[in-house]
Design a protein. Structure first.
Ligand code: N01
Length: 538
């Protein structure tokens, strides 16, 4: 690359999860000097932090893995249909060792700032120790690549009195590594999203009393998790590439083939039969039971009513069942996948507190006050989710050309071209950023697609003696408008989901992920084939 000012590294990567590690591997393959900074004391990202009991993937293990190395995917054996957190973390650690990645990963190091310097054309990245105790350091690099994750910045609501609580508090996304003993304790869980749905059955087994504070009832589909079927594993491994290609044509992978038939085009009996089949199969495939579930409210309502019927049949106490019935559009918040969630509310030691009408008023020294009543507990679990998609970036002081803060540029919501790049921030890439399919695709292949695109782009720059790439404002505007237009054709904007930023008070309400993985991949390929159309190269 021409015009190169001396820099500590060719590229700095922030985060050592699935995205950062594969990015490092590709950068090395290009002969570039790279350093990964990671706040955690180990690699793994999401799967390093989310160690709460019951944490596991909602995408089947044979699909939730890297495909860049044929031997790796042949040799790794998953033990269950849906891999538990510890096994996914072992897999990521195995990849780090197998490809000798650790020597360029600096752990326990938090990136606090990343500033672009117009004069040198370099990024200056400031790091400190993860606990803030060590001196800050600065490192320069031509490229800065954010592999900071979509669901990594935890969200603990600002409940009055939080600091006064005398017991223990934990967030599911920062679960203590040594585990937590709930034996004989009265425990509160705040939230009923995926993390709560997975952990509540485990907490209920251990705790003396478990009180669940629910603001929005959730739709959850049984996982029907089981040991991985060896016959299926053999079949997939006999043609893993073909399996991956089939998966790439769908949102959530090869085992979730969508049914194109419209729900309202078939009889009520036929709908019931299809829903029952999907419920028995388990998992996220429920939402693709018919082609119009996320487009037509009437169609969606039939699926919602089916799940409500299931909840009524599982939960014995009709009053509790009634409280658990979701009424929002099914699937417009991420569908949950569970093992025994609704059934847990049949236990004598589990209590459900509906805080939809009367929100949690305060955390008191002895518990949680809601609806004018204090619920005394010894510990509180915040299963309150994440400042999704933009939160991890917002927690870094990122400044582009002319010193412009990203926080200012994104004050009304994230603006990106392809979710990969943002105008005014040259040589900055975001892996699975807002405006890309990310959380509405299978994350690992979506990450690989982004990493490959970025690596190919850097190779292109090198081959053409170029050192700078930046999204053009007009390409970005068109992409943001297109992303919004696609979302508006669906039912996704109709709930208070984290896809919209609606879970974090004050966050701009903008639908962040791009809907349509195959279309998106084709667009990225077209942009590259046209010499990085929509980008200024120099
Ligand atoms: O977080 P969430 P999560 N008072 O935002 C409630 C992925 N994931 O960690 O819905 C009371 O979904 C909030 O209520 P409401 C997956 O993509 C995957 O569970 O906003 N309650 C909600 O119930 C998932 O979608 C897996 O009304 C408050 C809950 O807290 C994403 O991560 C497992 C509140 C937060 O739910 C996030 O899931 C785990 C308040 N002030 C996570 N504020 C799998 O692979 C928030 N809540 C299976």
């Amino acid at each position: 690359m021409s015009g190169r000012a001396p820099a500590d590294f060719d590229a700095i990567v922030v985060g050592a999860g699935f995205a950062g590690l594969y990015m490092l591997h590709r950068l090395r393959g290009l002969g570039l000097r790279a350093r990964v900074f990671e706040a955690g004391d180990g690699v793994g990202g999401t799967w390093y932090w989310n160690r709460y009991p019951g944490a596991r993937c909602d995408i089947e293990s044979l699909e939730y893995s890297y495909q860049f190395d044929a031997e790796l995917q042949q040799e790794w054996h998953w033990s269950e249909r849906y891999a538990p957190q510890a096994e996914i973390l072992r897999y990521i650690e195995h990849v780090a060792d197998r490809f000798d990645l650790r020597r360029d990963v600096q752990l326990s190091t938090r990136v606090t700032a990343a500033h672009f310097d117009d004069a040198s054309g370099l990024w200056s990245v400031e790091t400190g120790s993860a606990d803030g105790s060590a001196e800050r350091e600065r490192h320069t690099a031509r490229f800065c690549i954010m592999a900071t994750g979509c669901l990594s910045a935890t969200n603990v609501p600002d409940f009055p009195g939080l600091e006064s609580f005398r017991g223990d508090t934990w967030h599911t996304g920062r679960w203590p590594h040594e585990g937590v003993d709930l034996e004989g304790r009265r425990v509160a869980v705040i939230g009923t999203g995926s993390s709560a749905v997975q952990s509540i059955p485990f907490f209920a087994e251990q705790a003396e009393q478990l009180t669940v504070f629910q603001r929005t009832p959730t739709y959850s589909i049984p996982a029907h998790n089981a040991p991985l079927d060896p016959e299926l594993e053999r079949e997939v491994k006999a043609d893993y590439a073909g399996f991956r290609a089939r998966a790439a044509a769908l949102a959530f992978g090869a085992n979730f083939p969508p049914n194109e038939t419209l729900a309202l085009d078939v009889s009520a009996e036929e709908r019931e039969r299809v829903y029952e089949t999907r419920w028995e199969a388990g998992g996220l495939g429920f939402v693709t039971a018919f082609g119009d579930l996320l487009r037509d409210r009437g169609a969606n309502e039939t699926a919602g009513e089916f799940v409500r019927g299931k909840i009524r049949s599982i939960v014995h106490d009709p009053e509790v069942a009634e409280k658990l019935l979701p009424s929002q559009v099914l699937g417009c918040k991420r569908l949950c996948v569970d093992t025994g969630y609704y059934d847990t509310f049949n236990r004598d030691n589990v209590h459900l507190v509906d805080v939809s009408a009367s929100p949690i008023e305060a955390i008191t020294p002895r518990g949680v006050r809601a609806g004018g009543r204090e619920h005394e507990v010894d510990a509180i679990v915040f299963a309150t989710g994440f400042d999704a998609m933009t939160g991890a970036l917002a927690r870094i002081d990122i400044r582009g050309s002319g010193g412009r803060p990203l926080a200012d540029k994104w004050a009304a919501g994230p603006l990106t071209y392809l979710g990969l790049s943002t105008a005014g921030f040259p040589n900055l890439f975001v892996i699975t950023g807002p405006g890309s399919p990310s959380v509405l695709a299978n994350m690992v292949p979506a990450i690989e697609q982004h990493v490959d695109w970025i690596a190919d782009c850097l190779a292109h720059l090198g081959e053409h003696g170029l050192s700078r790439i930046e999204a053009l404002p007009e390409a970005e505007t068109a992409w943001v408008e297109h992303t919004n237009a696609v979302a508006q054709e669906t039912l996704f904007p109709f709930c208070n989901s984290w896809y919209l930023g609606a879970n974090v008070p004050g966050k701009p309400r903008v639908f962040m992920p791009y809907i349509g993985y195959p279309t998106y991949v084709a667009k990225c390929e077209e942009v590259a084939a046209k010499g990085y159309e929509g980008f200024a190269l120099g």
